[in-house]
Ligand binder design. Structure first.
Ligand code: ZN
Length: 112
């Protein structure tokens, strides 16, 4: 199907499925990590196939390198880097992702 040529209800269903896959992944993470990985990869494939973007909440919930769902304190270390104004997400596989620390507040600070 071409980009931008999809009925709305289809996208709705795809979004719902992605949410369900993330929920399943969270449930299975501690008992069956491989299953949890598979759910994430299925969700990502769905998103790619139907051109559906993940909401910000979900985008920051998994490792792009090893595809595992992140649970802070379990397989994820979150550190604050105040000099860079970044959050440092360190996955158990060793991948590091830097995310901006509340960008809205940063803009306010820049005004002064
Ligand atoms: Zn990882």
């Amino acid at each position: 199907m071409r980009r931008g040529n999809k009925p709305g209800f289809l996208l709705q269903v795809v979004r719902e499925r992605i949410n369900i896959l993330f929920q399943l992944s969270e449930k299975e993470l501690k008992t069956h990590p491989e299953r949890a990985r598979r759910y994430i990869s299925l969700a990502r494939k769905l998103g790619m196939k139907y051109n559906v973007r993940f909401p910000k909440k979900l985008k920051r919930r998994f490792c792009k390198k090893c595809g595992i769902l992140w649970i802070p304190g379990y397989n994820l270390q979150v550190r604050l880097n105040s000099r860079k104004r970044m959050m440092e997400y360190r996955c158990e596989c060793g991948a590091v992702r830097n995310l901006p620390l509340n960008p809205r507040e940063d803009k306010k600070v820049n005004k002064f």
